[in-house]
Ligand binder design. Structure first.
Ligand code: ZN
Length: 486
């Protein structure tokens, strides 16, 4: 149950702002859903989000840290500097009609939102505008920075933002992410990950007539795979390796001179992920030696495990209790139950629970590119209820609720919690000082460093071909009406 007794007037104003703009929030949410843009290609999404922030009085810097669809929007001045950030990218082959309880693509084979990053982006903008309304009306001192972070699904942008200094002057950070209920934790929440593409280079030859003249790059990819399979037995306990072959040659009668394999290396710590990566490079070297080829490696991203700061988590928990879970209707609950049944998940409808804070959290094997931010400054990850419980992401079923009233109500609740938490940091400077003090203790013995090479550039062409292929058909489903925040 929501408990809004003793709600500070700054927060009451922000909550009113969110309620007043519920229609704009729904429209923004659905607009991003139908854009359905993959990481690094979030052109329409970033355009709409930045225009709304600009209309709302934020100063916007676009294309930050070499990311065409990344941005930083700023309001206010001086300290404290509070950063909020999140992602808005979709997944390949996840096009799904909202509100339909069976696998049904909007555009066959196209990308789509099946993790709810459309709701994340919505909450970021609406929470920012609501907090700004309160800062302006009550003259709250400090700077609010809103970061748009492209390509979370490929774990790309935020390690670059941190490496390039975008968080150097930030005091505390908050990141909203969709869930099926309110939930916050502290300690290690997610895992570290290194994403690297290994490309082998050989020489072509006629495969039937003179194969002895060729140097086969695909052989090297295969031998690296064999070497990695043997290595798996000796991995550190939290280590994991996954791969896809992104280039296996062109046709069987030409010995491939180029072949490539894209690896993810995971571990519970940054050092652990780095040690797995170093071993993989040795195995690649061996594969190159055996096949008389050469190789290069493109380290596309390297993220630290997401951690939560205890002071910031406690602050968010208080806002959860103030806002309370959405009041779901019978129809919304029925949709949830029908989907749970169809997806063979536990049938229990929508969640009305506000959980007590969990901590220290249980570390998950999933990763998020927000990890580096959480070692640079005290950070908290805010889960809010806008999806159906017991349905796992990256599956058609996880797309069903994302442009319905379930997502709309969840976005309203998430925006209030985000705005309330930000306002608390501005009206109560002690909480920022406390967060920094507990953060220093939590980090004792760990020195954060960026795992990215200093000259590494973001992969700007990531997902471009797939997005270009589907965009013309997807465009027919774009929402014409533009959200207007007042
Ligand atoms: Zn996500």
């Amino acid at each position: 149950m929501a408990d809004q007794t003793n709600t500070a007037p700054e927060k009451a104003l922000a909550f009113d702002y969110v309620d007043r703009n519920a229609e704009a929030i729904a429209l923004l949410n659905d607009s991003i859903f139908y854009f359905g843009e993959l990481g690094m290609q979030e052109v329409e999404t970033a355009k709409l989000m930045t225009e709304l922030l600009e209309d709302g009085g934020f100063k916007v810097e676009r294309g930050i840290a070499g990311f065409p669809t990344g941005f930083c929007a700023t309001y206010g001045s001086g300290s404290p500097v509070v950063a909020i950030h999140t992602e808005y990218d979709s997944n390949p082959d996840n096009s799904q009609k909202p509100g339909v309880v069976e696998a049904a693509s909007i555009v066959e084979g196209a990308p789509g939102h099946c993790e709810g990053h459309n709701v994340n982006g919505t909450v970021l903008v609406a929470g920012a505008l609501a907090a700004k309304a309160a800062m302006e009306k009550y003259g709250l001192k400090g700077t609010l920075k809103v970061f748009g972070a492209p390509a979370e699904e490929q774990l790309v942008s935020r390690p670059y933002f941190v490496r390039d200094g975008w968080f150097d002057d930030v005091d505390v950070a908050l990141t909203p992410h969709i869930g099926s209920e309110f939930g916050v934790g502290y300690g290690l929440i997610q895992s570290a990950l290194i994403s690297a593409v290994f490309t082998f280079h050989g020489e072509t030859a006629h495969a039937g007539v003179a194969p002895w003249k060729g140097r086969d790059a695909l052989d090297a990819v295969v031998l690296m795979d064999v070497g990695m399979a043997e290595y798996r037995e000796h991995l550190i306990p939290t280590g994991q390796c996954q791969r896809v072959i992104t280039n296996g040659g062109n046709q069987p009668n030409v010995i491939p001179k180029t072949a490539a394999v894209w690896w993810y290396f995971r571990a519970s710590t940054a050092e652990g992920a780095m040690s797995v990566y170093e071993r993989a490079k040795k195995i690649a070297e061996g594969a190159a030696l055996m096949t008389n080829t050469t190789y290069d490696v493109d380290l596309q991203s390297a993220v630290w495990p997401v951690r939560g700061n205890q002071t910031m988590a406690e602050l968010v928990q208080a806002e959860y209790e103030r806002v309370g879970a959405p009041d779901w209707t019978r129809e919304e609950d029925d949709l949830a139950r029908a989907l749970q049944e169809k997806a063979k998940a536990k049938v229990e409808g929508l969640s009305r629970t506000v959980f007590r804070m969990k901590g220290p959290a249980t570390q998950k094997t999933a990763a998020n590119d927000a990890g580096d931010v959480s070692w640079k400054v005290p950070m908290v990850k805010i889960y809010f209820p806008a999806n159906i419980p017991n349905i796992s992401f990256h599956h058609w079923a996880a797309g069903v609720a994302l442009a319905t009233s379930i997502a709309h109500k969840g976005a309203v609740a998430g925006s209030k919690v985000l705005a309330g938490s930000v306002i608390e940091c501005f009206r109560n400077p002690q909480v920022v000082a406390d967060a920094k003090a507990t953060f220093a203790k939590e980090l004792e013995g760990t020195n954060y460093f960026s795992m990215l090479p200093p000259d590494q550039k973001p992969p700007a062409d990531l997902n471009r071909a797939m997005m270009e292929k589907f965009r013309p058909q997807m465009r027919e489903h774009y929402i014409k009406e533009r959200p207007k925040f007042v």
